[in-house]
Design a protein around this ligand. Sequence first.
Ligand SMILES: [Zn+2]
Length: 419
Amino acid sequence: MIARSAGERPARPWVASPDVTASGPPRLLVASRVVPGPHEPALAPGAVVVDADVITAVGPPEVLAHRYPHAERVDLLGATLVPGLVNAHVHLAFEPERDPVAPPADRPTADLAAAVARNARRLLDEGVTTARDLGDRDGVVAAWRTSGALGPRVLTAGAPITTPGGHCWFLGGEVYGPGDLRQAVAERAAAGVDWIKVMAGGGMLTPTSPRPWETQFSDDALAVVVDAAREAGLPVAAHAHGTATMAACARAGVDTIEHGGWLSGPGASPGAAPATDPRPEVADAIAAAGAVLVPTRARGWRSWPPEGDLDGLLARLAWNASRGIRMVVGTDAGAGPGVFDDVVDTLTLYRAAGWSDAAVLAMATTEAAAVLGLGDRVGRLAPGYAADLLAVDGDPTRDVEALRRLRLVVAAGRDHVPT
Ligand SMILES: [Zn+2]
C-alpha cells in the first residue's frame, strides 16, 4: 500500500488507473437515441463526443460532426446511449461461486487479488462503470486500482471496522476497545480509502457475530467513528440489518445505511425470513438525518431467503420512500446471493415495488453517483463528465431490462465489449 503522511488526502479515483487513460483523437459516438440522464429529455438521434476519459459535448449528430471535424466517427445505429451504471455496494475480493458462509479467512492475499481483477471485469460486462467496495482484506482493492487493468472506477473502504469476532472479523478490521476506534479510522485514511465502513450490527455471513438484528457497537462508539471520519474528510457507510441498529446509525449521523432490512428478531420457523419491524419514528430519523439507504438486494430477490416474505419486502421498500428515505442501488455482489453479472435483476426489484423505469435508472446512475460524492462527474452524459457510457438496444428509461442488451461499454473512455 502507498505510504501517505497523515492529513494528506489522495485525490478521488478518477479512473481505474490514473496512469492509463484512453488515447487517440476525440471520438464522435452517434446513436439513434442519447439519454443524458434518466429524467432529462432524450436526443433522437444523438451524439456524444469523447476525448480521452471525458465527455466534451452532447448534441445532435450533424451539429457535433460539424463542430468536431477531426473526431473519429463511431456509428451505433439502433442503439441508445445511457450513463454507465453505479453499484453502491460490492465486495470485489469475494467470490459468489464459493460458499457464502465460508469466509475468505485463510485464503492467500494473491487469491483475493485475482478475484478482484476477475470481478472488476464482470462488473464492466454488466455495464457497471463505477462501484463502491465496502469490504476487502489486505488492501487488495486499492492495489488493483493502481494496476492499470481495465475496470470500473472503484471507491474503497478497506477492511470494515468491527468488534472482536464481530461481523466480517475475517477481513482484518477488528477493533479491541473504544480507545482504538479513532486509530482505526486514521489508519484507513492514511491508506487512502474513500469511505469508512463500520459494522454497526451483526450479519448473516459471520456465525460468531451478533445476530443480524442485533447491534454490535454502542452509540458512543459509533459517534467516535463518525467524528474521526469527519475529521479525516471521509464519509461513513454503516452495515445495519436491524431496526435498532438503523436507529443507532441515524443518531450517529452516518452517510449511508447498508442493507436496512428493518429486522427485529428470528423468523417464525427455521428457514423463514427474520421478523421485521419498520418503525415510523426510525424512518423519520433516518430521513431527517439525510442518511441514504442501500438495500443490497441481489439477483434472485423473488426467492431469497427461501421462505421469504416477498410482498412484505416490496411494501417496505415503497414505505421507506413514502417516509422520505433516499435509496440507491447496491447488490452486495460477492456476498451471499450477490453476483457480479446481474445488476439488472436488482433493478427490476424496484420496478416491482412501484418505481418507474426512469426512476430505477436514476437510482443506479445520477442518484447513486451523488451519494458516492461523484455527482459532478459521474452518472450523466454531459460535458465535463466521465466518459462512462453504455450502448444498449432499446430504451432503459422505459424498460430497464434493455440494459441486458449491451452492445458496448465505455469506461473512462476505454471500450469494453461485454462477453
Ligand atoms: Zn456487504
